[in-house]
Design a protein around this ligand. Structure first.
Ligand SMILES: [Zn+2]
Ligand SMILES: [Zn+2]
Length: 231
């Protein structure tokens, strides 16, 4: 397993672990604590932002289509007497402020993909196991988006890797194409939980936070099929 590059500002050039291009040290930014070139850094952030916009547009289109169909089939659903809170008003209140936000927050649950993430080639995985997340973890990481203004703050702060909601849900977004490369897969090099440098660690456990470290692959003997003698 190759070591994670560190940013040596005195060095003339550093290789980006994602695109393998050699660039000047000042052309690097840290993603999940690992230096990557600014080009890859912003490309990844832009993919995540675009994925969110696609999901949001899809949500608007779907709710509009749903409302339109409902209005055509049951026109009386949209006519309620003014100055009076009816059962129908209650239904719309719950629908718009509870049902729709919860469904939207579960969007990354299709094996780590929302429609937008699938299009943009990014996926949400569990921070430690690196397995794609399901609906519950998606709900956990996205519920914060329901609060007004937070999507805007997240849009400007997600570039460094983990965003609000990721910490609570123990999730990370990976660039599908580079999912087995650092900084997305840092297993055995840095602690996946706290980022501690595990170089030379033999205990199998992070000395900082106690998280188990996957053992490096043993140089196993080649698989040999048993030879069955012909009768
Ligand atoms: Zn790069
Ligand atoms: Zn740790």
């Amino acid at each position: 397993m190759s070591a994670i590059p560190t940013l040596d500002l005195a060095a003339a050039a550093t290789v980006c672990p994602l695109c393998d291009v050699t660039r000047k040290p000042r052309a690097f930014q840290k993603l999940f604590g690992v230096p990557v070139c600014k080009k890859c850094f912003y490309k990844f952030a832009n993919r995540r932002q675009l994925a969110y916009i696609i999901d949001l547009v899809l949500l608007y289109v779907l709710s509009f289509a749903f409302g339109a169909v409902l209005g055509l089939v049951f026109p009386e659903l949209f006519i309620s007497p003014p100055d009076q809170f009816t059962l129908l008003d209650g239904f719309w209140l719950v629908f718009n402020w509870l049902f729709v936000p919860v469904v939207f927050a579960m969007k990354d649950g299709f094996r780590g993909y929302s429609p937008g993430k699938w299009v943009c080639g990014v996926q949400v995985v569990d921070q430690i196991t690196r397995e794609p997340i399901g609906f519950l973890q998606s709900l956990k990481r996205n519920l914060i988006l329901v609060i007004p203004i937070t999507p805007l703050i997240i849009a400007f702060t997600l570039a460094k890797g983990r965003r609000w909601g990721d910490k609570w849900a123990h999730t990370e977004v990976v660039w599908k194409r580079y999912r087995f490369k650092a900084p997305f897969d840092r297993r055995g090099i840095l602690c996946m939980k706290c980022g501690y440098d595990l170089t030379g660690n033999v205990s199998g456990r992070c000395p900082e936070c106690g998280t188990d470290i996957p053992a490096p692959p043993r140089s196993a003997a080649p698989l040999v099929r048993p030879v069955i003698a012909a009768p």
